[in-house]
Design a protein around this ligand. Structure first.
Ligand code: NAD
Length: 362
């Protein structure tokens, strides 16, 4: 007779952020796992994104900084996890231009601290648990630098990060890879394209445009709006993370993309079209008339695009959402959930322009 296995425990770092909270909500709904959300609640962390799971019996919140070795060690000893899904990071390129220090501290030192504690923990597991343990590091396609008008990033594209943010993520990817090769820690890495969807902090392009459009404020587009990103709906990213966590091969990296390359200006006009339909302006003017071209971001990468063949062929994942359907869902969500984003605008972020390098520390 088979002994019934006890439910898994997963440490999710950054579970109060945009993607992390989508992961936590999904795991609480779809699995019997114990979910330990490890987040120090920076400006980007928001427990209001987790109201639906806050009393869930499988859910635990730990307000811990991932660079705090003592507390991170305590978490491993207390919860004895089967998986680590590492999303905690400073994530906004514009902020990394103004001040890189928190990016170095969290993205590099924090990842190192987690790797050390995870390795100590993994070594003392019994053989069966040691075999299925995973340290899944969530990273970005920005580590590959920029593409010209053609071509795609694959898993073998050389790293050429151009912003302090992408350089710090590249460094963390290298650390994770080294812990696999040197210490045999079973790691997997995913490099994903730009995400969008519900609960995204309003400083990022898509929520900023939706909220400014609703208020009849100008819609800032960097440069001429020619920069291209490959957009992925956040729930599709969550599905990819779960597949890679369970089925990914240790030591491998997987690119995750939406097959939805769009120029920034096209993203903005698509949102304007949805807003015209769902919430026409009282003046009768179209939302597009609010577009304002502003000074470009320093070092702005021209184009990112993902070749996601490997994750599709090896693990059967592909995105379910098209860009148009995902954007419409997202606009509807921001229309229906002012109570989530209004307190942010009243508090830590008032829609100001970030990342012009003028305030960067020397
Ligand atoms: P986010 O900024 O919305 O959330 C980050 C979370 O990490 C926040 O809850 C914050 O409080 C927490 N955090 C930051 N520093 C911490 C620390 N020292 N200790 C503990 N918690 C800390 O970010 P996101 O957009 O959800 O991105 C999550 C991950 O996915 C990041 O690693 C990012 O690099 C990666 N990623 C994001 C995108 C995207 O488009 N958003 C695309 C590809 C990869």
């Amino acid at each position: 007779m088979h002994k019934k296995e006890s439910p898994r425990t997963i440490l999710v770092t950054g579970g109060a952020g945009f993607i992390g909270s989508a992961v936590v909500r999904h795991l609480a709904a779809e699995t019997d796992w114990r979910i330990v959300n490890v987040d120090c609640l920076t400006y980007a962390g928001n427990l209001n994104s987790l109201v639906s799971v806050s009393n869930h019996p499988q859910y635990v919140f730990e307000k811990v900084d991932i660079a705090d070795g003592h507390n991170v060690q305590r978490l491993f000893e207390t919860y004895d996890p089967d998986f680590v899904l590492h999303l905690a990071a400073e994530s906004h390129v514009d902020r990394s231009i103004d001040s890189a220090a928190p990016f170095i501290q969290t993205n590099i030192t924090g990842t190192f601290v987690l790797l050390e504690a995870a390795t100590r923990h993994w070594r003392q597991l019994d053989p069966a648990r040691r075999q299925r343990f995973r340290f899944h590091h969530v990273s970005t396609d920005e580590v590959f630098g920029t593409l010209g008008p053609t071509g795609l990033f694959s898993e073998t594209t050389p790293y050429r990060p151009n912003s302090p943010y992408s350089a710090s993520k590249a460094a963390s990817d290298h650390l994770v890879r080294a812990w696999f090769h040197t210490h045999e820690l079973p790691v997997v890495i995913t490099n994903c394209s730009n995400n969008y969807g519900p609960y995204q902090f309003p400083e990022k392009l898509i929520p900023l445009v939706i909220i400014n459009g609703l208020h009849g404020k100008s819609l800032p587009v960097y440069g001429r709006g020619e920069n291209v990103r490959d957009w992925l709906f956040v729930d599709d990213h969550v599905a990819a993370l779960q597949v890679v966590l369970i089925q990914g091969e240790p030591g491998q990296t997987y690119n995750v993309g939406g097959n939805s390359e769009r120029r920034n200006i096209d993203v903005v006009t698509t949102i304007c079209g949805v807003l015209d339909e769902l919430r026409p302006r009282k003046t009768g003017e179209r939302h597009e008339q609010l577009i304002e071209y502003v000074r470009d971001r320093p070092g702005h990468d021209l184009r990112y695009a993902i070749d996601a063949t490997k994750i599709r062929d090896a693990l059967g994942w592909s995105p379910a959402e098209s860009f148009e359907s995902g954007i419409e869902k997202t606009v509807r969500w921001y229309l229906d959930n002012r109570s989530w984003w209004q307190p942010i605008l009243d508090g830590s972020y008032q829609g100001q322009r970030l990342g012009l390098a003028s305030s960067a520390s020397s």
